[in-house]
Design a protein around this ligand. Structure first.
Ligand code: DGY
Length: 312
């Protein structure tokens, strides 16, 4: 029988499987994530940790948790986990790829359309009474047919966004990791041609602040930037400057650094910006499926098996 720490309430009944297997479950109840100290204190005696992307699994945490054999995150992104430290301690790491592809691709299109068709401004105008009449020149936006979408990151989610964009009559360009399985177009070419640039790469040392002053300077002045990957892929100071200077046409962000952004963060004062609260995978079906996979990974790790979705 093993002891597990689960860092939040999960949707669905997936934890029943852990209990049925005879494991003890310590579940963090507050709606806010545990602090680093709480995470450490509760993981110290655990054999398994089921965490979220809001929990930092650091080398220090791993060092102070001698019994830990498996870390299972309810996320596809593993940038919050020190994979090297886990490997050094023989701790298996699991994630939840695949099940959130469609939800994230749908959300990418929703954000793109919200920005291109100025929906948040329209909602606000109706609510605050500043919309007084149908106006031939009011809130004009960008239509998608025949526009070029540049997808940065040729993985599952990027491809699912490409499929959707083609349904809207868009031309799609892709740029993947140089030397990777789908390198696609050189990034600089994509940035020159794209009317909309959408980020679908994982956060790694190579992609941290990939979107910097130079990147933004290569985009067209009317082009829109969409980010549903990780906040740290974008240098937010450079983005705020580019929006203020009209160097790009707008940005739609599902992810920021930090999350949430403080209300007085200078980025929020930039024009033509839509920010939403990390909703990429936020559908009932997807979140339940993520929880199921996270528990399946945890169970496999506790039983000494290879995880169904093991991060290598
Ligand atoms: C993930 O799983 O990494 C997503 O960002 C959650 O929406």
């Amino acid at each position: 029988m093993a002891h597990c720490f689960i860092t939040r309430e999960l949707p669905g009944n997936s934890l029943d499987r852990l209990r049925a297997a005879g494991h003890t479950v310590d579940q963090w109840e507050p709606s806010e994530p545990p602090s680093a100290e709480d995470l450490k204190a509760r993981t110290e005696s655990a054999d398994g940790l089921l965490c979220l992307l809001t929990d930092q699994v650091t080398a220090e945490l791993v060092d102070s948790s001698p019994r830990l054999t498996v870390v299972s995150t309810m996320a596809v992104g593993v940038d919050h986990i020190d994979l090297v430290a886990c490997a050094q301690h023989g701790i298996a790491v699991g994630n939840t790829p695949g099940v959130l592809t469609d939800a994230t691709a749908d959300l990418t299109m929703a954000l793109l359309l919200a920005l291109a068709r100025r929906i948040p401004e329209g909602v606000e105008a109706v609510r605050n009474g500043s919309w007084t009449t149908w106006d031939p020149s009011g809130l004009l936006g960008m239509e998608l047919r025949d526009r070029t979408l540049g997808i940065v990151g040729g993985g599952r989610i990027g491809k699912a966004v490409a499929q959707r964009a083609e349904g809207f009559g868009m031309k799609v360009l892709m740029s993947g990791r140089a030397g990777g399985p789908n390198p696609g177009l050189p990034l600089v070419e994509l940035l020159k041609q794209a009317d909309i640039v959408s980020l679908h790469c994982p956060l790694t040392p190579e992609t941290e602040h990939l979107v910097n002053r130079e990147f933004l300077g290569q985009m067209q002045n009317h082009a829109l930037l969409i980010n549903t990957s990780r906040g740290r892929v974008v240098d937010q100071v450079a983005l705020a400057n580019a929006l203020h200077d009209g160097q790009i046409g707008g940005a739609g962000l599902d992810v920021t650094d930090p999350e949430p952004l403080p209300a007085d963060d200078p980025l929020l004062a930039a024009p033509n910006l839509v920010v939403i609260p990390h909703l990429g995978s936020a559908t009932v079906r997807t979140r339940e499926a993520m929880a199921e996979i996270a528990v399946a990974n945890l169970l496999a790790g506790l039983e000494g098996h290879k995880l169904p979705h093991q991060v290598t």
